[in-house]
Design a binder for this molecule. Structure first.
Ligand code: DGJ
Length: 670
C-alpha cells in the first residue's frame, strides 16, 4: 500500500493513487492524486517543469523555479511565493527555510499524535524526514493510508535540533499542488441555528480561503470542503474532499496559481499564532484527511463516512446503535425540577424513549443564562433528592439517565468566579465583551483543568449517568490566558491541547457514558471532537424544513451516526412555523433520533403517532445510522437514500408541496 519505486513514492488506497517524487535538489514534487484505474494516470504523472520569466532559479545545479513545480512541502525564501506549508522565524531573524529530503521510513502502524487527537487503525504510514540545509532544523511529513476508506491522512512535525530558540509563524498540516487544473469549490458556511449551508464557487484565479477565527472549528465555516470539476454531480464526476482533525481556528486555502495549477493547504489558522520552540522541543500539526472520488460528491461522502465511522469514532459506541432520547431543553428550558422531569420521563417511557436527558438548569443557582456555570453541584431547591434521587427514579422507569454540562465556561455570578477570577480568560482590569453572559476558563492552567476533571468526576460518579451533553455556548473574545503570560500567541492552540487532554481522560475513565458534543448546536462540529464524542448536536434549529438543509450539508462530510436530530413542538420555537408531526419525524429520522418537547402538550393521538414513529425508527436504525448514504440530484427538493444488507430507506422532500415521504424498500411509510 506504500512503496518507493525509484525516486517515486506511491500511496495506494482501494481506488486511488497518491504519488510524489524526490527531485535531485531534495524537494518533493507532487505527481498525481486520483483514480488508479484512470488510463491516463501515467501520462498525468509526467513532470514537465516549465521555465517562465521573472522567477527565481533554485540553484545552479537545479536551475528551475520552485514556483513552477507542484510540491508536497514548501516554505518561503527559495523562489516559491505560493502559500507555504511552514514559516519559521530563524534565530537570526530570517524566515527563509530550505527543507530537503534526508531519509524516509515506511511503517505498518501509524504513529499516534502526542498532543492532538488522531485517526487510528491505518494500513501503513510513510514518514519523510527533511532537514533544513542551513539551519539545524528538522521537519517530518507523515502520510497514513486508509485503504478501504480511500483516505490519506497527512500531518507534520517540526523538531528543533539546533541549539537556538526559533519561532513557528505558520504551520499547515498538508500542502498539495494538483495538476494543471482549476476547480469548483464546495464549502459549508453559516451561523447559529443556520449551520452547513452549501456554497459553490468556481475559482479560476486568485485565492479562496475557508477559515475560522472564533476559537472553534465554527459554524461560520466548517473545515470540511470539496474541490470538483464544473460538471461533477452527486453521482458523477471527479471530486476531492478535505477535512481537518482540529477544533480550533482553522485555515484552508485554495490558490489558483499563475500556471493554472491549484495549491491546497489545510491547517491551523496562523492569525495571531506563533509558537516558540526551544532546542529539542517539537511541534505537531493536526491531521488533515484527504480523499478522491470519481463517482461524484456521493463518492466523497461514502469515503468520509467510512473513515469517520471506522478510524475517527472509537470506544464502546463505535458502530453501535444510538438510543432514542428525550431532552428537556425545549420542553422546560431552565425551569426544571424533579417532579416535572419525572412526570416527563413517565410519559417518555410509554412512547418508547430509551434515554432521558436533563439539559441546562440543574446546578448551582441557575435559573437563566446569567449565573452558576462552573458550580457543578446540584441545585437543591429544584432537586431536593439530589441527582441520585432523580436518577434512580428515572432508572426505575427502565430509562437511562443523561445530563447536560458546559465545563469550559464560568459565569461571573458563580462561586467559582468569586474564588478564582484569575481562572477566567480575560484581560484583567479591562472591559470584557460578553457572549451569552459567560466567560471561558483558562484551561491551559493545569489547576483549572484539574478543577474541571475533579468536578466532572464527582458529578459523573454520583449516580448512574449513561449520557453527557457537553456544551460550549460562546466564541472567544478579549482572548488572553493569564497562565501563559507573555506567550499569548500560543493561547488559541494550547487551549485545544488542554481540552483534548481533559476529554481523553474523561472518556477513558467513563467508557460506558455516551458523550454528545454541542456548541450551541454546530459551532464545533469537527473530526477532533468526534475522536472523543461519537455524536454532536447538529443545530439548535429544530424546524424540519430548515433542518433538511442543515442535515443535507452535514451529510457531505459526516456520517448520519455522528449527528443528532430532534422532533420538537409546533409552532417551532425559533421559526414559529407549524409542520405536521410526520414531517418533523421524517427529517429527524435521518440521523440519531431524539425528541425535545413537552409531551404533556401532545394529545393521545399524537402520543400514539410518536410511539409508532419510535417503533419504526428502532426497527430501521441500524440501517439509518450505519448504512451507505447517498443524495440524488433532484430539482424539486431533496432525495436521500440509505442502503445496507439489501435494505433501503429513502427520504424524499417535495419542495413545491413542502411535504416529505419515507420509503422502505420502495414502499411508502405512512
Ligand atoms: C445550547 C444548546 O445547543 C441547546 O441544545 C441547549 O443545551 C442550551 N445550550 C442550554 O443552555
Amino acid at each position: 500500500m506504500i512503496r518507493k519505486v525509484g525516486s517515486n513514492f506511491f500511496l495506494e488506497t482501494k481506488n486511488n493513487y497518491y504519488i510524489f517524487k524526490l527531485l535531485p535538489n531534495g524537494y518533493l514534487a507532487h505527481l498525481y492524486y486520483g483514480n488508479k484505474y484512470d488510463e491516463n494516470y501515467k501520462q498525468k504523472c509526467n513532470l514537465n517543469i516549465r521555465r517562465t520569466g521573472n522567477t527565481v532559479e533554485y540553484s545552479q545545479e537545479f536551475p528551475y523555479s520552485l514556483e513552477n513545480i507542484p510540491l508536497e512541502c514548501s516554505s518561503y525564501g527559495k523562489g516559491d511565493i505560493r502559500e507555504p506549508l511552514i514559516v519559521i522565524r530563524n534565530h537570526d531573524g530570517s524566515n527563509t527555510s530550505d527543507f530537503v529530503f534526508d531519509s524516509y521510513q515506511i511503517a505498518d502502524e501509524k504513529e499516534k499524535l502526542e498532543t492532538l487527537p488522531s485517526s487510528y487503525n491505518a494500513d501503513g504510514q510513510l514518514i519523510v524526514n527533511l532537514t533544513d540545509r542551513y539551519y539545524n532544523l528538522k521537519l517530518q511529513l507523515f502520510y497514513s493510508v486508509f485503504y478501504e476508506s480511500d483516505v490519506i491522512v497527512r500531518s507534520c512535525k517540526f523538531i528543533n535540533t539546533s541549539d537556538k530558540d526559533v519561532k513557528i509563524e505558520k504551520f499547515n498540516s498538508s500542502l498539495i499542488d494538483i495538476y494543471d487544473k482549476t476547480f469548483t469549490i464546495t464549502s459549508f458556511f453559516g451561523n447559529w441555528g443556520n449551520e452547513m449551508n452549501k456554497h459553490q464557487i468556481k475559482l479560476s484565479a486568485g485565492k479562496y480561503v475557508i477559515s475560522s477565527y472564533t476559537g472553534t472549528s465554527s459554524n461560520r465555516n466548517n473545515p470540511f470542503f470539496m474541490l470538483s470539476d464544473d460538471d461533477t454531480t452527486e453521482t458523477n464526476g471527479q471530486c476531492y474532499g478535505f477535512n481537518l482533525v482540529y477544533s480550533g481556528n482553522h485555515y484552508n486555502s485554495i490558490e489558483t496559481t499563475h500556471l493554472q495549477r491549484t495549491r491546497i493547504v489545510q491547517g491551523i489558522n496562523s492569525e495571531n499564532f506563533e509558537f516558540e520552540i526551544a532546542p529539542e522541543e517539537t511541534f505537531e500539526t493536526p491531521e488533515a484527511a484527504i480523499t478522491f472520488s470519481n463517482t461524484g460528491f456521493n463518492g466523497i461522502s461514502k469515503n468520509m463516512h467510512h473513515f469517520v465511522n471506522n478510524h475517527i469514532i472509537r470506544g464502546n459506541f463505535k458502530n453501535s446503535i444510538r438510543p432514542v432520547l428525550l431532552n428537556s431543553w425545549e420542553a422546560y428550558y431552565f425551569f426544571i425540577n424533579e417532579e416535572k422531569l419525572v412526570s416527563l420521563a413517565e410519559k417518555s417511557k410509554k412512547i418508547g424513549i430509551e434515554l432521558f436527558v436533563m439539559d441546562d438548569g440543574w446546578f448551582g443557582r441557575r435559573k437563566n443564562d446569567q449565573s452558576s456555570l462552573g458550580d457543578w453541584y446540584v441545585n437543591w431547591d429544584k432537586f431536593p433528592n439530589s441527582l441520585e434521587g432523580l436518577c434512580s427514579r428515572i432508572n426505575d422507569l427502565s430509562l437511562q439517565f443523561g445530563i447536560w454540562v458546559e465545563p469550559e465556561m464560568v459565569s461571573v455570578d458563580s462561586d467559582l468566579y468569586r474564588c478564582h477570577p484569575d481562572w477566567s480568560m480575560e484581560i484583567r482590569g479591562k472591559h470584557h465583551s460578553e457572549g451569552r453572559n459567560q466567560r471561558i476558563l483558562d484551561i491551559i492552567n493545569p489547576e483549572v483543568s484539574n478543577y474541571i476533571l475533579s468536578s466532572l468526576r464527582r458529578v459523573l460518579s454520583s449516580c448512574n449517568i449513561s449520557y453527557v451533553k457537553w456544551d460550549f455556548n460562546r466564541i472567544f473574545s478579549d482572548m488572553y490566558s493569564p497562565y501563559l503570560q507573555n506567550r499569548q500567541k500560543e493561547t488559541a492552540h494550547r487551549y485545544y491541547i488542554s481540552l483534548y487532554k481533559i476529554m481523553d481522560t474523561l472518556v477513558k475513565e467513563f467508557p460506558h457514558i455516551l458523550f454528545e458534543g454541542c456548541a450551541g448546536g454546530g459551532n464545533r462540529f469537527d473530526l477532533a471532537i468526534l475522536c472523543y464524542f461519537p455524536q454532536i448536536w447538529a443545530s439548535d434549529k429544530t424546524d424540519a424544513l430548515d433542518r433538511l438543509r442543515i442535515q443535507n450539508g452535514y451529510s457531505y462530510g459526516y456520517p448520519l451516526s455522528s449527528y443528532t436530530c430532534h422532533v420538537s413542538i409546533c409552532p417551532n420555537h425559533l421559526t414559529r412555523r407549524t409542520l405536521p408531526l410526520k414531517t418533523r419525524f421524517d427529517v429527524a429520522c435521518f440521523g440519531n433520533l431524539g425528541y425535545e418537547l413537552n409531551l404533556n402538550l401532545l394529545d393521545e393521538y399524537e402520543l400514539e403517532e410518536v410511539r409508532k414513529q419510535i417503533e419504526f425508527y428502532k426497527k430501521h436504525r441500524q440501517l439509518i445510522q450505519f448504512g451507505e448514504f447517498e443524495r440524488e440530484d433532484y430539482e424539486n427538493g431533496l432525495k436521500w437514500s440509505i442502503i445496507k444488507d439489501e435494505q433501503k430507506i429513502e427520504l424524499i422532500y417535495h419542495q413545491d408541496r413542502q411535504t416529505t415521504e419515507i420509503k422502505v424498500n420502495g414502499e411508502t411509510y405512512e
